[in-house]
Ligand binder design. Structure first.
Ligand code: GLC
Length: 481
């Protein structure tokens, strides 16, 4: 079977040899994927154990799936890697329906490596603006319940706290790691007198899982393939040894934010290339997020940039060309690779133009290498990410289910879905389809809006369970009255 989106070329010997080398370095055959998946399963278990492992497996205190009949009006704040979004979501009386109003704010690049205060002040400003423009008379409204999507690894002893374990996705703000971020946000809101009470801090993957399950009860896993890469699923309390001290009934559901980006931080199975090692070394958190650094959107363009520069430095391509456009770290995002993979022309005219705009004149063999390199990087990302989905499915014994996925790479990167589906087929040894329209046993599908609707649903589910007397994992009961 042909690989989706692969290309052939007639190349002079010199570059053909380089391509072969890259193909070897970036290859992930079925046997390798199976080996990775097996290790992944044991690492998921380790993360749930008292001793812990590389993958954090954070309990989230999200303790049920929605049934579609949740109601109420909630604010949601999404602090992702790229944008800041504030939404007001009304879950209506109609099953699985909601109304949403939202505003997007740019997340200024400087904030990601700036001071903690500046970050919280900026976020509080955005929330204030939103509340001011949608609730003209603030003095008369009761405090609005907020679900805060904070998409970084956080320890949660309670659903309304989140102690940042470490920054990921290139963030590096001093004074936040090891701290509970909720009081930081609350203090900034209080300074502005914004009538908001935080009821749930959530991860984007947990939001994705819950939002997707709101409309499709076959959804068992929520994934993000975007700036970062991660997943959440529903575990039973009895299978989480590190929660044994809570004495929850063993069949109590508990959503787990895996933080699987940290898989193989010990570098035991992932087929790392010299470029992956360089990315890790020069990142703000070397040794962290090994899996994520090979898959997520933040890194795909950077891997590409490093390979091209290396081949240029070794005098294999772009001889005597001005490579200054390639000198700045992280200057190429994954949309650059998408554009190369999407070039419809046999002569790769659009790719030629792309490089020409950067002052680089490429020959046909160079264009062929560029295209193949983009394919290799994009294919490796999709195939490795399938190992995580396969691992959770195998661990939970899911023979069939839906997986809700969101994020720029999943939604926009060409062939990502088809390549991931093909890898799942190889890992899980599914028979060939008899009818091409038949669903795969495990399908990765576009998710509902996790950090908006998902956050609102989690706030609603939490208020509901508190009212019913389930106070597990609640810190500030007064906010749930
Ligand atoms: C990073 C974060 C994780 C998040 C993912 C996707 O891996 O650590 O919390 O879910 O990116 O945004």
């Amino acid at each position: 079977m042909a690989t989706p989106g692969s290309s052939r070329a007639s190349l002079p010997q010199d570059l053909r040899h380089e391509i072969q080398k890259l193909e070897e370095q970036f290859s992930t055959d079925a046997a390798k994927l199976k080996q990775i998946t097996d290790r992944f399963i044991s690492e998921l278990d380790k993360g749930l154990s008292v001793e812990g492992g590389s993958i954090p497996m954070n309990p989230t205190w999200v303790m049920s799936f929605p049934d579609g009949y949740e109601t109420g009006t909630f604010l949601a704040l999404d602090m992702g890697g790229t944008n800041l979004r504030v939404c007001q979501i009304t879950l209506t009386d109609q099953k699985s329906e909601f109304d949403i109003i939202q505003s997007k704010y740019r997340m200024p690049e400087e904030l990601k490596t700036g001071e903690s205060d500046e970050l919280w002040e900026y976020i509080a400003d955005c929330l204030q603006q939103f509340v001011d423009s949608h609730h003209a008379d603030k003095s008369t409204i009761e405090k609005l319940p907020l679900g805060f999507t904070f998409s970084y690894p956080a320890t949660q002893h309670y659903i309304d706290e989140g102690v940042l374990q470490r920054w990921t996705k290139g963030f590096d703000i001093a004074g936040v790691e090891g701290e509970n971020v909720v009081p930081m946000l609350e203090a900034a809101l209080e300074r502005r007198n914004v009538p908001i009470k935080l009821v749930a801090l959530i991860n984007d993957t947990t939001g994705t899982l819950i939002a997707s399950a709101y409309t499709d009860t076959s959804m068992k896993i929520g994934c993000i393939f975007g700036t970062g890469c991660n997943a959440a699923y529903m575990e039973n309390a009895g299978s989480i040894p590190k929660l044994a001290h809570m004495n929850l009934p063993p069949d109590t559901p508990m959503a787990i934010n895996c933080e699987w980006g940290a898989f193989d931080n010990e570098h035991a199975v992932l087929p790392m290339t010299p470029y992956d090692i360089l990315i890790d070394k020069d990142s703000p958190r070397p040794g962290q997020q090994a899996f994520e650094k090979m898959i997520a959107g933040l890194y795909l363009g950077e891997i590409f940039r490093l390979v091209v520069l290396d081949l240029h430095n070794k005098e294999h391509m772009f001889l005597n060309q001005d490579m200054s456009a390639f000198k700045k770290p992280y200057s190429m995002d994954s949309s650059f690779l998408s554009a190369i993979e999407e070039d419809p022309f046999e002569n790769l005219q659009e790719t030629y133009d792309l490089f020409n705009k950067m002052g680089i004149n490429s020959t046909n063999p160079e264009l062929e290498l560029i295209r193949r390199l983009a394919e290799l990087i994009g294919t490796r990302a999709a195939r490795l990410s399938a190992c995580g989905v396969a691992a959770i499915s195998k661990k939970k014994g899911y023979k069939t289910c839906h997986v809700g996925a969101d994020g720029s790479v999943f939604n926009k990167y060409p062939h990502f879905k088809a390549r991931g589906a093909q890898a799942l087929r190889e890992i899980l040894d599914w028979p060939e389809k008899t009818n091409p329209r038949q669903e795969d046993p495990i399908e990765i599908l576009a998710a509902e809006d996790g950090s908006g609707v998902g956050a609102a649903l989690i706030a609603a589910l939490t208020l509901q369970r508190v009212q019913e007397g389930n106070l597990a994992g609640i810190l500030h009961l007064e906010n749930f009255k």
